[in-house]
Design a protein around this ligand. Sequence first.
Ligand code: MN
Length: 234
Amino acid sequence: MTYVFSPTAVPSLAVAGSADLFPVRRILCVGRNYADHAREMGSDPDREPPFFFSKPGDAILPASGTVPYPTQTSRLEYEVELVVAIGVGGSSIPATSALDHVWGYGVGVDLTRRDLQQQAKDTRRPWDVSKGFDASAPVTPLIPAASLAGGPGAGRIWLAVNGGVQQDGDLADMIWPVADIVAAASRSWRLAPGDLIFTGTPSGVGPVSPGDAVTGGVAGIGSFEFTIGAAPAA
Ligand code: MN
């Protein structure tokens, strides 16, 4: 038996300080996980359990160099997020052991075609075209969980555009900490090695334009610097 053509290469992320690669399977994203961002998007953060949407695994790209400006939007927005990289799969994982399933952490930007997301909300259509587009998930090199003394419970998370800080929060402000997010995701999907979970963004989301320099990071985990590419031909 043989494939009718060569399979597409497995998407992967760099591992900080190593030549090794982390093979990516799929990307789950928490919709709201910081109270101030939930409020800025018009919802009440107090009693909502975490909800998830997804991006395909091949939406990842390095959070460096040039990140292309996507087609079909005039409102591309950034959302800086802690990214959890799953190394051990499972379903219905208890929060008490969820961190044992985490291989490592990175910093990602959940790029969003905000205009198309608003249309989707208004017309009750799916979010795929607004969230899961090509190159919608720049991510830094990952660091192994074992190297993160004290765990990912706190630390500054920030993003700047052309040097002006737009998002400036702390992981301690997450409504659902990492263990609860992994546990919740595993109740809806069987997690497998290579899955990434974007854990939500603090307030301050906003647009970027072609040529903008985007920098940011999470203290103790990683930082990034990339430029938004030229607008595609109409
Ligand atoms: Mn997000």
